[in-house]
Design a binder for this molecule. Structure first.
Ligand code: ZN
Length: 131
């Protein structure tokens, strides 16, 4: 049964975020990385979240607590608000997004302007400013 991608791209998961999460394909843009990280939260792939987080800012929070949290919420969707113009040669980018979820019966969201950098040909999440 094909699953529509969690990132609301209107593509199927198996052609959208899944191959990126599984390491079969690199995220070509910061937005693709952002989308795949959202989908990784939905499927609770914490290793992928850690691997795509810049080592300098990677959370010290242990993987188990992130896993427990992401499994405790019901993810409702991702909305990309803006993406900075990004040339193929760009080494940094911003993506503003809103991710919605239900936690303890209440609809909540993360509204963040995320900062991504490209190092050794890979996009990495570096930091985010909560809105
Ligand atoms: Zn996707």
């Amino acid at each position: 049964m094909p699953t529509p991608c969690f990132c609301n791209s209107s593509q199927l998961f198996e052609y959208c975020c899944q191959p990126i999460i599984l390491g079969k394909r690199e995220a070509q843009t910061a937005e693709q990385l952002m989308r795949s990280r959202y989908s990784a939260f939905v499927v609770a792939n914490i290793n992928y979240l850690m691997n795509t987080h810049h080592p300098k800012t990677r959370p010290s929070k242990d993987k188990k607590s992130i896993l427990k949290w992401t499994r405790s919420v019901e993810w409702k969707g991702l909305e990309i608000i803006t993406t900075s113009v990004c040339e193929p040669s760009s080494l940094e980018a911003y993506v503003e997004f809103k991710a919605s979820f239900i936690e303890d019966g209440t609809l909540a969201n993360i509204h963040e302007n995320s900062y991504f950098v490209k190092e050794n040909g890979k996009w990495l999440y570096k930091s985010g400013i909560h809105k």
